[in-house]
Write a protein that binds this ligand. Structure first.
Ligand code: ADP
Ligand code: MG
Length: 268
């Protein structure tokens, strides 16, 4: 690891991970997988924007984020990278269920960020789906929704699946048996005795609200309350928007844990 720069902000609960990466300027300096680094490089992303520099060292070490930065400042990668990495670190794959939900206020924005997810995450073995309603047939979607790890959705369509899709359940801490490990036990001389040990891993879900100020707005209030009530309280939450959303009520509703408030105004 590169030593932390002298003026690096020191995190609150810091095991060293945060401060070691706080001064990073480029994506390849971050503690992310080679698959993500390759995806970013192929999409020609090298230097981080200010909101990415400010938030990624926090989000990658598990903190909740409340981030504000103007339109066009690169907020999408600020949440897509930690979402992908979290699944990767848990060795989460297509058969393991929903690990992350990204909510966007409009179909168009959801579709745009889904494209970014596909491009940056293309070397990863995770499944992602765009659930936005419109012309797409919900019955076909219902058959596949339980095979998705990352849901990119609008509030209404997500709620419709929560209400109608059989076995669609996001309320549990996700646990899976990662693989069966063959362990050889040698008793003095071969032949060895083999035993099969299951190895389990669990995943803390990630909830992302993009354009959070618009989603937290009155129009979506009911849908969002209903969605959040069906998610596990113990999770990682990211709220990104163009304006800072500090309303205590909103935060209580979303059960953010001691979030990192990041506000970036001038893009260099
Ligand atoms: P926001 O959500 O803050 O409005 P976006 O995430 O949509 O911003 O990004 C705006 C534009 O900036 C997009 O075209 C995106 O590809 C580009 N972009 C984002 N991050 C970077 C980066 N680190 N380097 C170069 N271009 C970037
Ligand atoms: Mg955006």
């Amino acid at each position: 690891l590169p030593p932390p720069p002298k003026d690096a902000p020191v995190g609150r609960i810091d095991d060293g991970t945060f401060s070691a990466y706080a001064g990073s300027q480029r994506f390849d300096q971050l503690p992310v997988s080679q698959k993500t680094k390759d995806g970013l490089k192929e999409a020609k992303f090298t230097k981080m924007t200010e909101i990415q520099r400010a938030s990624l060292p926090h989000s990658l070490c598990g903190r909740d984020i409340l981030g504000a930065a103007k339109t066009g400042s690169g907020k999408t990668l600020a949440f897509i990278i930690p979402v992908i990495e979290k699944l990767y670190r848990a060795r989460w794959g297509p058969e393991d269920g929903v690990g992350s939900i990204i909510i966007s206020p409009t179909r168009e924005l959801a579709a745009q960020l889904f494209d970014v997810l596909k491009s940056v995450g293309k070397h990863h073995n995770v499944s992602a789906g765009l659930l936005i309603g419109g012309r797409k047939d919900i019955d076909t979607e219902k058959e596949h929704v339980n095979d998705l790890n990352i849901l990119v959705c609008t509030p209404g369509r997500l709620l419709q699946h929560m209400d109608e899709t059989p076995n669609f359940d996001c309320s549990q801490l996700q646990v899976k048996i990662t693989f069966l490990r063959l362990v050889s036990i040698y008793i003095f001389f071969p032949p060895p005795q083999h035993s099969i040990l299951p190895v389990t891993s669990s995943l803390e879900q990630v909830l992302v609200l993009d354009e959070a100020d618009r989603i937290l707005d009155v129009g979506f209030k009911k849908a969002l309350n209903a969605i959040v009530s069906q998610l596990p309280k113990h999770r990682q939450t990211f709220l990104f928007s163009a304006t800072q959303t500090k309303s205590v009520q909103d935060l209580a509703r979303l059960s953010l844990k001691d979030p990192e408030y990041l506000s970036v105004h001038d893009e260099s």
